[in-house]
Design a protein around this ligand. Structure first.
Ligand SMILES: *[C@@H]1O[C@H](CO)[C@@H](O)[C@H](O)[C@H]1NC(C)=O
Ligand SMILES: *[C@@H]1O[C@H](CO)[C@@H](O)[C@H](O)[C@H]1NC(C)=O
Ligand SMILES: *[C@@H]1O[C@H](CO)[C@@H](O)[C@H](O)[C@H]1NC(C)=O
Ligand SMILES: *[C@@H]1O[C@H](CO)[C@@H](O)[C@H](O)[C@H]1NC(C)=O
Length: 380
């Protein structure tokens, strides 16, 4: 979870009009993104033999798309169940929701867990702090029954936030981490690990289908992969760091020129991030190539350039994953267009990128705990 916090509506209109309408050279329509992917998919096919769950054994859980920034889904905690809206986040491992005793002002606008009303609730003495790219929480580790649709995780350890920083105005109650156990509070077994341990999922796999624009239609599925959500083959990519959804990326290119990740780099596949994030210098260079001008926290372009800008191509395990301008240019609520590229706030010694929802809307993604790999495919 390294989401972009949108605080209020800042008046950007003033600097918008100052952005010169930069004429982009019209691109020759060489290869369309879809065809390019098609031909690469034909050359690199892998069999799906290990993931063949019948659809009847899957839990397909609806997610609601909030302005193409957040994808939230409902879970319940406790007996009788109390409902919460959470982000299903492959970038973190802990499940947490606000505690009824949370004093931070941000908690007052969200649903809070009332532990006294749950007969299956158990407390612990463990306190825990979690820091995300855009906020942090301080809370207590507790146990209770957690339900995601028909999936039940009994005696699930999770966090109840007592203090929060940086969660103003966000349209969800908490976060359900789907990363490996490493990035969690001490001793806490994450929800998906518990579901695997308790035999609740047929296969140690979950997958995301994120629809663009439409509020409904997006899903996260647990226990297998529903082939109705993608076309062609799944392209498997091994993890390079056990204990995190991190893969190797070959390069990032535009107009057949490498523009980043020139010696290879790592990429974190993160459903809890909305943008594509990378090192500051490289992100700034991409903004320049797109002709975007900074204003406040974002880089803006004239909306009309969407039709002339080329795709940016992410090459992973030898396969090209084009991200067309209509995906990396987003329109805000005031009708202004900005890019979906953001610098990473946390710097690392190796070149590291975060592929967030902007990328994952274009590619159906499978997270395979059984084989420590990720797969990408063309969505339906
Ligand atoms: C979550 O539950 C609320 C009712 O509490 C419902 O209105 C909403 O549509 C649900 N969201 C999803 C994604 O199913
Ligand atoms: C679903 O998965 C469970 C657990 O692996 C298995 O026992 C059951 O037979 C499966 N059901 C179907 C319909 O395949
Ligand atoms: C996703 O959205 C498109 C339109 O934006 C729609 O045609 C398609 O059916 C949607 N997919 C699902 C599964 O709802
Ligand atoms: C995460 O845990 C796995 C197995 O428990 C271990 O092999 C791996 O090194 C850990 N990764 C990190 C980044 O700590």
């Amino acid at each position: 979870m390294k989401w972009i916090v949108l605080l209020g509506l800042l008046a950007f209109s003033e600097c918008i009009v100052k952005i010169p309408l930069r004429r982009m050279k019209t691109m020759r329509n060489t290869v369309s993104g879809k065809n390019m992917l098609n031909s690469f998919l034909k050359e690199h096919t892998y069999s799906l033999s290990q993931i063949s769950s019948p659809v009847s054994n899957l839990t397909i859980h609806p997610l609601r798309n909030i302005r193409d920034i957040f994808y939230v889904g409902n879970i319940t905690i406790g007996t009788p169940p109390q409902e919460f809206q959470v982000i299903f986040d492959t970038g973190s491992s802990l499940l947490w929701v606000p505690s009824v005793s949370c004093k931070s002002s941000t908690c007052s606008t969200r649903r809070r867990f009332r532990h006294l009303l749950s007969s299956t609730f158990r407390s612990t003495n463990v306190n825990c702090r979690i820091t995300y790219e855009s906020g942090r929480i301080k809370g207590k580790v507790v146990h209770d029954t957690v339900r995601i649709g028909d999936l039940v995780s009994t005696d699930q350890l999770f966090g109840l936030s007592i203090e929060e920083y940086g969660f103003q105005g966000l349209p969800f109650d908490g976060i359900l981490g789907l990363n490996y156990p490493n990035i969690s509070c001490p001793g806490v077994i994450p929800v998906f690990d518990n579901l695997m341990k308790q035999g609740a999922v047929a296969e140690p796999v979950f997958a995301f289908y994120l629809n663009k624009s439409k509020q409904e239609g997006s899903v996260v599925m647990f226990g297998g992969v529903d082939q109705r959500y993608y076309e062609g083959e799944l392209n498997w990519i091994p993890l390079i760091k056990l204990g995190s959804w991190t893969i190797h990326m070959d390069r990032i290119s535009m107009r057949r020129e490498v523009i980043a990740c020139s010696d290879g780099c790592e990429a974190i596949v993160d459903t809890g991030t909305s943008a594509i994030r990378g090192p500051r210098r490289l992100i700034n260079n991409i903004q320049k190539l797109i002709g975007a001008k900074r204003c406040g926290f974002k880089h803006y372009v004239s909306c009309s350039v969407v039709n002339t800008l080329p795709s940016i191509i992410f090459t992973i395990s030898g396969i090209n994953y084009p991200v067309p301008a209509r995906a990396y240019i987003l329109k805000d609520s005031l009708g202004y267009c900005h890019t979906a590229f953001k610098e990473k706030r946390v710097t690392t010694s190796t070149e590291s990128w975060v592929l967030g929802d902007v990328f994952l809307r274009l590619y159906f993604s499978v997270f395979d705990r059984g084989n420590d790999r990720i797969s990408l495919a063309r969505p339906v």
